[in-house]
Design a protein around this ligand. Structure first.
Ligand SMILES: C[S@@+](CC[C@H](N)C(=O)[O-])C[C@H]1O[C@@H](n2cnc3c(N)ncnc32)[C@H](O)[C@@H]1O
Length: 302
């Protein structure tokens, strides 16, 4: 096994290699959708992060955009006029460009590190990202870049960042799923999948455990934007039960050939997740502190 990355260069390198290898199967692995379902999920998360309203943005920049789930869905919903997407992994940018072409969306896509954005000052009205900050070796530098490329008054919004507490509790369903996976496959008549099949193969799969370099408490997530001079910095938490359920099912499904997993199971997993998201949103999120939840989201104004 390779040693864990230590320097900023090593962290960027392992992230680029892993995400490059995972890009082709990424949408299937995470159930990323560019239709009604995907739009509802993305708009719901952005609305929640922004405190209820979304608005319309002229020029947006997504950082660590992966295959484009946030920007392409936002663009289809008319939430942004001119989307620009960046990611450090060329394979992700290539997949994003193919997705945009298929959907007929005009997007500018560039390979770029979040800490060195290739854009002039004040180029964007919105800077956004999903599940990217926890991969960055130097968060303060990245936040300075987000602020630099935003016009004064522009908005930054980042969602899907693992909380320290959530990261710890997610390890329980993940471990349980690994233990019961053989019995689960037998029960459903599903065939085992080759190791790492959803991550671009066994070798690439080994890198997955090295790419996450942060889990945040709300204060730590707010520190970077505040130090970069952002105002109105606000951290919210989302999803607790939905994440437990989701991690357990994903852990099971990762061990099976997807073509042999019965549709009834897929429907149960999907509807169960959506149902628990509602329970989280209606009952838990208004009452419990952000640190309890699995996902943290941060918004700030330049
Ligand atoms: C967990 S994926 C999320 C992708 C996408 N935002 C989504 O939610 O589907 C994290 C993404 O961040 C990218 N990434 C990691 N380190 C980065 C860096 N230093 N600069 C830019 N992108 C980076 C990875 O290549 C990967 O595409």
């Amino acid at each position: 096994m390779s040693p864990a990355p230590v320097t900023a260069e090593e962290i960027r390198d392992v992230n680029t290699r892993y995400h490059d290898g995972a890009a082709a199967g990424y949408d299937a692995k995470w159930g990323i959708d560019f239709g009604e379902i995907g739009r509802t999920q993305v708009l719901g998360k952005l609305r929640k992060a922004l405190g209820g309203t979304l608005g319309h943005y002229g020029r947006s920049l997504e950082v660590g955009a992966g295959t484009g789930s946030f920007s392409l869905n936002l663009s289809q919903a008319g939430g942004v006029g001119e989307p620009t997407c960046t990611d450090m992994a060329p394979g992700m940018v290539a997949t994003l460009e193919r997705n945009a072409q298929r959907l007929g969306i005009d997007v500018t896509a560039r390979v770029a590190d979040a800490g060195a954005l290739p854009f002039p000052d004040a180029s964007f009205d919105l800077v956004l990202g999903h599940a990217v900050l926890h991969h960055l070796p130097d968060l303060d530098q990245a936040c300075r870049e987000f602020r630099r490329v935003l016009r004064p008054g522009g908005v930054a919004v980042f969602a899907g960042e693992p909380s320290r507490h959530g990261d710890r509790i997610a390890s329980v369903p993940k471990r349980a799923a690994a233990r019961v996976a053989p019995a689960w496959r037998r029960m459903l008549g599903a065939r085992p999948a080759p190791e790492g099949h959803s991550d671009g193969g066994a070798e690439n799969h080994k890198l997955e455990s090295m790419v996450d370099v942060h889990a945040f408490d709300p204060g730590a997530l707010a520190r970077g934007p505040k130090a970069a001079g952002f105002t109105d910095v606000r951290v919210r938490g989302e999803e607790l039960l939905a994440n437990w359920f989701g991690w357990a099912n994903r852990g099971l499904e990762a061990t099976a050939d997807p073509d042999t997993v019965p549709l009834a199971w897929k429907l149960y997993a999907y509807h169960g997740y959506i149902g628990l998201q509602h329970v989280d949103r209606l009952l838990l999120e208004p009452r419990l502190p952000p640190a309890i939840f699995y996902n943290l989201m941060v918004t700030a104004r330049a």
